[in-house]
Design a protein around this ligand. Structure first.
Ligand code: C2E
Ligand code: MG
Ligand code: MG
Length: 578
């Protein structure tokens, strides 16, 4: 019995042990299952699991409940059709089908859907998996709400492609559109680029202030597209520079018509805050008429054409021509050389005497710039001053001339004046007045001995601001002469708007004084005005004794010309060979 008894004991103990184990595993399983439940429900994405065959939803987490506005109890055990909005259901079905067809590969898609939180974009991943039983397959759907993320990306993309002031496309988007336009060319349709630049934007900023300038640009951004087609892209490349891509162009004449329409549109004055702001624009045009024409080339060509349009007097358009490229290269070469010249001291001043009515007494000298080029030899101002003006190098040249001329004049008789030419473009520099001041104080030259020669173009462009600068210069005590009078506009209004100290009659009249009645009449008129306004007049370019006598008779008070003395360098008094 003891044996039987001990066998019983062993079996009992085994049963007991098995029971204990089973209970242990059971509690472990339960806690594992609720642990997994907790994990799934805390996943911040919306999680659904469907049976691949019946399409019954087997699992839905907390995010799913919140997104679709339904309790888990209303979802689990149902198909999507039975419990989710039709659009969501359709989207999920499509993904599920694709996932099952592609045998489980991870898929991802985005769609804007109506959810319990409103219209949201759901980025959804799908994955097919098997459980222990290889016959059953499940589809796992994980959705994330990417609405805010997408909006932020879109905002960044927009900012990267648009100008903040006007909301217009910027250079980057312009380039993308241009590339598209070039790629979509065909045998009879091409693309064109227009470069636009406002003719007098700076004066709007200077006279009315920057807020007006900004508003003008915004108004332009609204007005210009009205003259364009839907497919065209108008972009702001910076400042008052705009560019347009015209895709799908038939012929040059079509582009010309569009450009003319743009000119006309801009010409209608803008009303800003009670001010009427008249403005005009210049347009350069390049057609992509060779197959290998790149975006960069086209933009550069249009820019060269714009340069031409500006030179032809603004408010007009110009088409690119190959000669323009040659000219631009030449300009670039001179610009580079000129930078060298400034640094390498290749620039010097020659001085030409100005006589009074005695014809022998020197009352002053005009400083005239010369460029001693190491290879090309002597270069005259008309061949490099315009390039210096375009490139902004005129400010360096101007500073050099003023300082040098004032210092040089200190070595002359102390009654002699020194005349320095100023370009209109030097007036765009707000430091012009202090530059003149510093040239005077550094050299010690009394202000009255410095005479600044300007042409009418100073009063023509941006007159209000320039007039203000001229008056400030006069307050320093320097003299201001009106150079080359009789050429250009020769408006008597200029003589009224500013008190000039001297009028210089252009040499073209001097040289025709004996042969042309018209020239003589103009000289008489200028001298008449000079007498009545008490402004002395200088006859420029006197080459013969006969001219000198005639001009003296006509009442000129001062004389300058080869007859009386050529421009000479102060170091080597060798006359200009011309
Ligand atoms: P401008 O101010 O009218 O200077 C007079 C020009 O006439 C000078 O030419 C001078 O050499 C020339 N000239 C003088 N007498 C006679 C003559 O009897 N017959 C003839 N045919 N010509 C005579 P240049 O030196 O070639 O200067 C040309 C222009 O370049 C100047 O015209 C002036 O507008 C500009 N310029 C010269 N130096 C400077 C400068 O330092 N700065 C600026 N901004 N412009 C300058
Ligand atoms: Mg002059
Ligand atoms: Mg002159």
């Amino acid at each position: 019995s003891c044996l039987v008894g001990s066998e019983m004991c062993i079996r009992d103990r085994q049963v007991l042990r098995a029971k204990e184990l089973a209970e242990h595993y059971n509690t472990e399983l339960t806690s594992l299952s609720s642990f997994l439940d907790a994990v799934v429900s805390h996943i911040p994405s919306c999680v659904l699991v469907q049976d691949a065959v019946s399409r019954t939803i087997l699992l839905a987490n907390r995010q799913a409940e919140a997104t679709f506005g339904a309790d888990r109890a209303d979802i689990v055990g149902k198909t999507a059709q039975q419990c989710l909005p039709a659009a969501v259901c359709e989207f999920f079905d499509r993904l599920t089908n694709e996932a099952l067809r592609s045998d489980g590969a991870l898929r991802e898609a985005e769609e804007e859907l109506a959810t319990a939180r409103g219209t949201r974009t759901l980025r959804t991943k799908t994955l097919v998996f098997h459980s222990n039983d290889p016959r059953s397959r499940y589809v796992l759907l994980i959705s994330d709400d990417v609405t805010d993320e997408n909006a932020a990306h879109a905002q960044v993309r927009y900012m990267a492609h648009h100008d903040t002031l006007t909301g217009m496309p910027n250079r980057r988007l312009f380039r993308e559109q241009l590339l598209k336009a070039l790629n979509s060319r065909s045998a009879d349709r091409t693309a064109a680029v227009l470069c636009l630049d406002l003719d007098n934007f700076k004066s709007v900023n200077d006279t009315l202030g920057h807020p007006y300038g900004d508003e003008l640009l915004r108004l332009l951004a609204k007005r210009l597209p009205k003259s364009l087609r839907e497919q065209d892209t108008l972009a702001r490349l910076g400042g008052d520079e705009f560019a347009i891509v015209l895709p799908n162009i038939g012929q040059q004449e079509d582009v010309r018509r569009m450009a003319e329409r743009l000119l006309e549109t801009v010409r209608q004055p803008f009303e800003i805050d009670g001010h009427t702001v008249p403005i005009s624009v210049s347009i350069g045009i390049a057609l992509a008429d060779t197959p290998d024409c790149s975006a960069d080339h086209l933009l550069r060509y249009a820019d060269m054409a714009l340069y031409e349009a500006k030179r032809n007097g603004r408010n007009c358009l110009a088409f690119f021509k190959p000669e323009m490229e040659t000219a631009a290269l030449k300009r670039h070469e001179v610009e580079m050389d000129l930078r060298q010249a400034i640094m390498g001291q290749q620039l010097q001043l020659h001085y030409q005497p100005i006589m009074d009515v005695s014809h022998v007494r020197v009352v002053g000298r005009e400083a005239l710039m010369r460029w001693q080029h190491p290879v090309k030899g002597l270069i005259m101002p008309n061949d490099f001053i315009p390039i210096a003006e375009e490139t902004g190098l005129i400010h360096e040249l101007g500073a050099f001339t003023l300082h040098e001329a004032c210092a040089e004049a200190m070595r002359w008789d102390d009654h002699e004046t020194v005349a320095v030419n100023l370009s209109a473009s030097q007036f765009t520099n707000s430091a012009l007045v202090s530059l003149v001041e510093s040239a005077l104080s550094k050299s010690g030259l009394p202000a009255w001995r410095l005479e600044l020669e300007i042409t009418e173009s100073v009063l023509l462009a941006n007159s209000a601001a320039n007039l203000n600068t001229l008056n400030q210069l006069k307050e320093l005590g320097v003299k201001v002469a009106l150079d080359d009078f009789g050429t250009g506009y020769s408006s008597l209004g200029y003589l009224r708007s500013f008190e000039f100290d001297k009028i210089k009659i252009d040499k073209s009249f001097t040289q025709d004084v004996e042969s042309s009645k018209e020239a003589l009449a103009i000289i008489r008129a200028i001298n008449g005005i000079g007498r009545s306004l008490d402004i002395p007049t200088t006859a420029e370019g006197v080459e013969t004794a006969a001219q000198l006598d005639r001009l003296t008779e006509e009442g000129c008070s001062h004389f300058q010309g080869y007859l009386l003395g050529r421009p000479v360098s102060h170091e080597t008094p060798i006359e200009d060979a011309e």
